[in-house]
Design a protein around this ligand. Structure first.
Ligand code: SAH
Length: 520
């Protein structure tokens, strides 16, 4: 009897190199490869997407999983499209190119949702939390304002620019990466003419709003930190450029950190500022502030902003940027967020709002504990990794904060990455909301109840208008139309004043639902 007959999961010994397998792709890994299973054995197959049925050849196997190379798509996923770039398979930089853009956005939204439930332990539907549709790009190509392109000689001594082949320093020619700007191609033609053997990379930065271009050649063989090498502006190139995010101006040097998708970053920061809910008086911390981009956007609407960042050069840039924009209510500190916020000068300043935008590994536990102790009204969490976001949100929500808004933004179309902005507010207000919602829910279930349930109203609005309304929204509109009073709903008046009003669009939709169900 074989393993298969006995129902055992398959073993790596069942497979040999170059063996051809038929695999149904059902998922995507965090690196962007398609995932499928044969007899319980997991395969990672680059260049495939969920819904594909493919023929793939075994490359290598580990104990419980293996890698296989796509040979042929037998049946295409309905989301499959022809990759825009001819070099997509060799490059591997944009692993979602074979997926239509709307499907990419839906995939990213689901990813955030799943991770919040699985890692964060949130029960999104029960808790009435909606992960908003991902804010995508109108044209999801050519969005990068920075390119670092390897340059060198090929086997025949010909100067080549492009990208490194997997696990090697052989350069595969590619002068027009479809994520980069159109100018890159002509620039590379010119640089190739003046190539010298010490060059390893070409750095090109473009100000999307100013149109300014900076071209530098780089000499560095440490590929993990290319820009730590020697950087020389090419003949005729400036040594810095300027660009805008919203109406804020930034000076960008070759080594400066600057978000690479300037179109989406405006939407991302716009959400972060909106969620911060500033009126002009607030004290705000911006932890992990980089060159102060979010801090300065916040400063225009807050009383005072304190930015904290570990890299000294970035803080110098942040101070310069504040000056450049005439902003005097933002102060910047060098150090680890988890340490600086414990310093005496911070101890006295209890912030109204804390914004964090940590690297992929998320916030340090000490930093989260400090934030909890400081007890701000609102926390805005900007995250580039949903998994660490979910972990940290659990800690904050166990510490009496409540998830209010979850808004993913697509900063990196064609790749698996997704950025998310989250609003948390202090539990004491929102736990009253929760109580209100639960008691209304109970009302709904009672045998005295007439008309549609909250769930039915929600579903009707979702179906007709395509957006979600919360129990609280429905309660507010019901109250406005005198229905709740009729239901003899007993609620202290004072609560009303603390609840945010229902947006007009939602109010109209709910009123339409109430009419539809003949409740008004
Ligand atoms: N908010 C900025 C930068 C976000 S990237 C922007 O949107 O442009 C995350 C930043 O956190 C990086 O600049 C990194 O240098 C910084 N960082 C990493 N670990 C840190 C720590 N422990 N304390 C403070 N800053 C840190």
């Amino acid at each position: 009897m074989s393993f298969r007959d006995a129902g055992f999961p398959a073993d790596r010994d069942m497979y040999e190199k170059n063996q051809i397998l038929q695999i149904n792709i059902t998922d995507i890994s965090h690196e962007g490869e398609g995932i499928g299973r044969t007899d319980g054995f997991t395969w990672f197959v680059k260049d495939t997407i969920p819904g594909d049925v493919v023929e793939a050849s075994v490359m290598k196997t580990k104990k419980t999983y293996g890698y296989a190379r796509l040979q042929r798509v037998i049946a295409s996923s309905e989301d499959r499209v022809e990759p825009g770039c001819r070099k997509a398979r060799a490059c591997g930089g944009c692993t979602l190119q074979a997926m239509s853009y709307p499907a990419q956005l839906e995939f990213k939204r689901n990813k955030v949702r799943n991770v919040l439930e699985r890692i964060g332990g949130f029960k999104l539907d029960e808790e009435g939390i909606r992960v908003e549709p991902v804010i995508g790009m109108e044209d999801p190509w050519r969005y990068r304002n920075k390119a670092i392109i390897p340059i060198g000689r090929d086997k025949d001594g010909k100067v080549t620019a492009g990208f490194y082949a997997a696990h090697s320093h052989d350069i595969i020619e590619c002068e027009d990466c479809l994520l980069g700007c159109r100018e890159n191609k002509d620039i590379l033609v010119q640089i190739k003419k003046v190539y010298t053997d010490d060059m390893t990379h070409v750095l090109i930065r473009k100000g999307f709003r100013t149109g300014e271009l900076m071209v530098c050649t780089v000499s560095n063989h440490d590929n993990n930190a290319v820009l730590s090498g020697e950087i020389t502006p090419a003949a005729g190139s400036p040594d810095h450029i300027e660009d805008y995010i919203g109406d804020l101006k930034f000076r960008i040097s070759p080594r400066s950190f600057f978000q690479v998708n300037p179109i989406q970053v405006e939407k991302l920061y716009g959400k972060a500022v909106e969620f911060a809910g500033l009126t002009g008086k607030e004290t705000v911390w911006d932890l992990y502030c980089g060159i102060g981009t979010i801090s300065l956007a916040l400063a225009k609407k807050a009383g005072r902003v304190y930015g904290v960042e570990i890299i000294e050069q970035a803080i110098e840039d942040a101070r310069e940027n504040a000056k450049l924009n005439g902003i005097s209510n933002a102060e910047f500190f060098v150090g680890k967020a988890e340490e600086v916020t414990l310093r005496e000068e911070f101890a006295g300043c209890s912030p109204d709002v804390v914004v964090v935008d940590p690297p992929r590994k998320g916030c340090d536990r000490v930093c989260l504990d400090t934030i909890l102790r400081m007890n701000p009204e609102r926390i805005v969490y900007v995250s580039c990794d949903p998994a660490t976001l979910a972990r940290d949100l659990r800690i904050l929500c166990d510490g009496d904060y409540r998830l209010q808004r979850v808004q993913p933004v697509d900063m990196f179309p064609q790749t698996v990455h997704v950025e998310t902005v989250v609003l948390l507010s202090k539990g004491n207000i929102s736990s009253q909301n929760v109580r209100v919602e639960f008691s209304l829910e109970d009302m709904d279930m009672s045998r005295f109840q007439q008309g549609a349930t909250y769930k039915q109203i929600q579903d009707w609005v979702q179906e007709k208008y395509g957006f979600h309304v919360s129990h609280l929204n429905i309660a507010q509109v019901k109250r406005k139309h005198g229905i709740i009073e009729r239901e003899n709903y007993n609620k202290p008046k004072s609560l009303d004043s603390r609840q945010p009003g229902c947006p007009e669009e939602k109010e109209n939709a709910i009123a339409a639902a109430l009419k539809h169900f003949q409740m008004i």
